[in-house]
Design a protein around this ligand. Structure first.
Ligand SMILES: Nc1nc2c(ncn2[C@@H]2O[C@H](COP(=O)(O)OP(=O)(O)OP(=O)(O)O)[C@@H](O)[C@H]2O)c(=O)[nH]1
Ligand SMILES: [Mg+2]
Length: 328
């Protein structure tokens, strides 16, 4: 089967498409079980976005996307809980996507995250969803952006993505948000670790959480020094001190986010961010689809065998795959 055939849907797939379209309509009206089913489809790598009903597509809904990242245990979930409360105070509908809360780094199980966000468990205007990588980061890189689109189509005002800032995939995911919050703690050597993990480049706002502990001023100085050394940009990330566990500093964080959002709008940067996000999604989805469809191609399997037997040079075989499949 070639790519064209792969993309041509059978009649049963069309029926499934109708079902998915119906789920989208229900999700838009606030049906959480429909939303949950859509996201489960995405996790299982089923196609959903091509079945979004026309009337939902044309509205061009845009949610404000906030990414929260930082080292394990920095207080990301506690802070997320506070942010949710603040947005709910404006009567907004908020979705939270907690990525890989079962990761060995975080030590916090999904249950732990739920507990920390439990103040919103009974609020029908808040939707909290965990997504585990199950070791498949490649899958995650595609599943997260699609899930964010699904949540956007369900018309949440704000979507908060929480992820531990440990690997490139996680950093990429969160770094493509409209506003990215990097959460650090006092005197952990965090700022240096953050630098290594590439967290400094993606930060739009820095939070020094657990400001009830010693070393806040030192950490702030470290961060300021690092910002001074980095290339000057139109937006200099502010540093906000918070005590997420009792709510201190949270309103400053909300103000910093509002200021950044206004900067994005006024400078036109928000459009560029969305374009970059769409293009990244397109590239990743194409590669993923291509990779999956390769194994349905007899031509690919034949060449695979020839490389295995040492009958053909790998790069030449790769070129032939591209020539034959793409020009098909
Ligand atoms: N002292 C103090 N403790 C805090 C503060 N914020 C959060 N904590 C505690 O720090 C621990 C970790 O908080 P979480 O919100 O789960 O941190 P996290 O970054 O989401 O953790 P992972 O998702 O597991 O990486 C919890 O026991 C919180 O109660 C704070 O400002 N001060
Ligand atoms: Mg957490």
């Amino acid at each position: 089967m070639n790519v064209t055939e792969f993309l041509t849907r059978s009649s049963t797939e069309m029926e499934e498409g109708d079902k998915v379209a119906d789920l989208f309509r229900r999700a838009r009206l606030g049906d959480r079980s429909a939303l949950a089913r859509l996201i489960s489809f995405v996790e299982r790598e089923k196609e959903v976005l091509s079945f979004v009903p026309k009337e939902l597509r044309t509205e061009g809904t845009h949610s404000y996307l906030v990414g929260i990242t930082g080292p394990p245990g920095a207080g990301k979930s506690t802070l997320t809980d506070r942010l949710v409360a603040s947005y709910r105070g404006q009567d907004d509908e908020v979705a939270v996507l907690a990525i890989d809360p079962t990761s060995p780094y975080s030590g916090g199980a999904i249950l732990g995250d739920r507990v920390r966000m439990q103040s919103h468990a009974l609020d029908s205007k808040v939707y909290i969803r965990s997504m585990a990588t199950r070791g498949s980061l490649g899958g995650l890189a595609v599943a997260v952006p699609i899930t964010l689109r699904v949540l956007e189509l369900a018309s949440f005002n704000e979507i908060i993505v929480e992820t531990v800032g440990v690997g490139q995939v996680e950093v990429d995911i969160v770094g493509s948000s409209d506003s990215t919050v990097v959460v650090l703690n006092p005197l952990w050597g965090d700022s240096i670790q953050a630098n290594k993990a590439g967290l400094l480049e993606i930060a739009d706002v820095f939070v020094v959480n657990k400001a009830d502990r010693d070393g806040v001023r030192q950490t702030r100085r470290d961060l300021e020094a690092m910002l001074d050394l980095s290339e000057p940009k139109k937006w200099r990330p502010p540093i906000v001190e918070t005590v997420a566990s009792d709510g201190r500093g949270v309103s400053e964080l909300v103000s910093a986010l509002t200021a950044h959002r206004e900067f994005l709008m006024d400078s036109g940067e928000i459009e560029r961010k969305r374009q970059r996000r769409a293009l990244g999604e397109f590239t990743k989805a194409t590669l993923r689809l291509f990779e999956r469809s390769l194994w349905d191609s007899e031509e690919f399997i034949r060449l695979h065998q020839r490389v295995k037997e040492g009958e053909m040079e790998p790069t030449r075989a790769a070129q032939e795959v591209i020539d034959r499949i793409l020009r098909n």
